[in-house]
Design a protein around this ligand. Structure first.
Ligand code: CMC
Length: 428
């Protein structure tokens, strides 16, 4: 904490509010005593200027386009690390040595199977159910199957629940896909890596051997790294808020999945590729740029803009590079990539996007890669949920481990009627 304070004057009364510093990034004004001292609340719909918690996991400098996990730049992690290593880092604070990493991978691998009875749960869904609808339901239902890891006061149970969630998400997501195409569910193959196993459970069939293509496995793993955590975004804040009441971890992550589904958040990857396909050819781009700028048209450029980044999203830089790598590895191409590159170029040279500091975000290029790998657009957000699960559980653990943790309970500016007397129906 710094020794500075902020002064707030309301009428003839001035109060001192402590200013607290983080290790980097903006200081925060501690307003916890504001109501007691002034009878007033702060007002910040959408939390544009509100730090809701203290966290040591992820740092973003939106002006500079910087993203650090436990201090390590996302570009370095995407280049040199693996999703399992980043998961360990987020959960434990430090990079593991080789033996610790191997043990962590074994632990996660040993939790990849789903309770067999959950198959029946899947069969209750329509075949055309959106994978995110299935994810919300199945992940929430895990609390009915794993009672031995729902005591949030027990750190060992919290750890087991966290490992279970990280390990079972690929199985849950792959089964959602298999169900939608009417193919048999594939059991996990513990000889494979986390990501290789996911690809096999998604694209393999029991009748044939499945060969994991190393370049695809690497690209997919990198996509998981890029989505692993993003400090207090909407779904993570949802997980924290749900967890603050003492709800069990499976229920909290199901809440996070529900929030992620929205097109302003994780649903944007699906919406972005649909938009690019609708635009089709570069000659049609200007029409969509004009629509995005028109205040009377609800259309927005999907995969563009961010609450925190007022610069290029560093994850989009890596994503764009990965598109080319995957095309080369699979010897495919997709005209939609040319459209995306041209759209970015036109948007970035347009004063509307420059003045509002709207740049491509993580969702702009990811769909092109996922589509080349073979995923239908409806699976894109489910893959985001799979990868973000580690961030959600790490943030949830951080919150529950904090001895000063309180239930999250925002206040409001009331604008409804003031007190009035009930009027019997015959007199209305
Ligand atoms: N296209 C056109 N105009 C936009 C866009 C866009 N994609 N994004 C923001 N704007 C405009 C917006 O109309 C507003 O203009 P004005 O100040 O004249 O009213 C201004 O820019 C600020 O936008 P905002 O909605 O007030 O900003 P926000 O911080 O509340 O919203 C956002 C951030 C990500 C929801 C928004 O940029 C958006 O809807 N983008 C498209 C959806 C998207 O790509 N979401 C993925 C975000 S990154 C991954 C994730 O979080 O899951």
């Amino acid at each position: 904490m710094t020794d500075t304070s902020a002064k707030l004057t309301v009428g003839d009364k001035t109060i001192d509010l402590p200013v607290m510093a983080g290790t980097t990034g903006p200081d925060v004004v501690d307003i916890r005593k504001l109501y007691g001292q002034t009878g007033m609340f702060t007002y910040d719909p959408g939390f544009t200027s509100t730090a809701s918690c203290e966290s040591a996991l992820t740092f973003i400098d939106g002006e500079e386009g910087v993203l650090l996990h436990r201090g390590y730049p996302i570009g370095q992690l995407a280049e040199h690390s693996s999703f399992m290593e980043v998961s360990y880092l987020l959960l434990n604070g430090e990079l593991p040595d080789a033996e610790t990493l191997a043990n962590f991978e074994t632990t996660i691998t040993r939790h990849t199977m789903l309770h067999e009875q959950l198959m029946t749960f899947y069969r209750g869904f329509r075949r055309d159910a959106h994978p995110m609808a299935i994810m919300c339901g199945v992940v929430g239902a895990l609390s009915a199957f794993y009672h031995d890891s729902t005591d949030i006061a027990d750190p060992v149970q919290r750890k087991i629940a966290s490992h279970r969630l990280i390990a079972k998400m690929p199985t849950i997501a792959a089964m959602a896909y298999k169900y939608s195409v009417g193919q048999p569910f594939m059991y996990p193959d513990n000889k494979l890596s986390y990501t290789g196993n996911f690809l096999k459970m998604t694209f393999g069939v029991p009748a044939e051997e499945y060969e994991v293509i190393p370049a695809v496995e690497k690209a997919m793993d990198r996509i998981f790294i890029l989505h692993a955590d993003h400090e207090q975004n909407a779904s993570t804040s949802t997980v924290r808020l749900a967890g603050s009441s003492g709800a069990n971890p499976f229920a909290c992550i199901a809440a996070g999945i529900a929030c992620l589904w929205g097109p302003a958040h994780g649903g944007a990857n699906e919406a972005a590729l649909n938009m690019l396909r609708e635009i089709g050819t570069p000659d049609r781009i200007q029409h969509y740029i004009d629509r995005a700028k028109d205040k009377n048209d609800p259309f927005r450029l999907m995969g563009f803009g961010h609450r925190v980044y007022k610069n290029y999203d560093p994850r989009a830089t890596v994503m764009q590079k990965t598109v080319r790598e995957v095309f080369d590895a699979l010897k495919v191409t997709d005209p939609v990539f040319e459209t995306a590159l041209r759209l970015e170029e036109i948007a970035l040279s347009d004063p509307y996007f420059a003045e509002k500091k709207l740049f491509p975000n993580v969702d702009f290029y990811s769909g092109i890669i996922l589509s080349a790998i073979g995923f239908p657009t409806t699976m894109f957000t489910a893959l985001f949920a799979l990868a973000r699960t580690v961030g959600w559980v790490a943030q949830w653990n951080e919150m529950i481990s904090d001895p000063g943790q309180k239930i999250g309970r925002p206040r409001q500016r009331y604008t409804g009627p003031t007190e009035r007397d009930y009027v019997p129906v015959e007199k209305r």
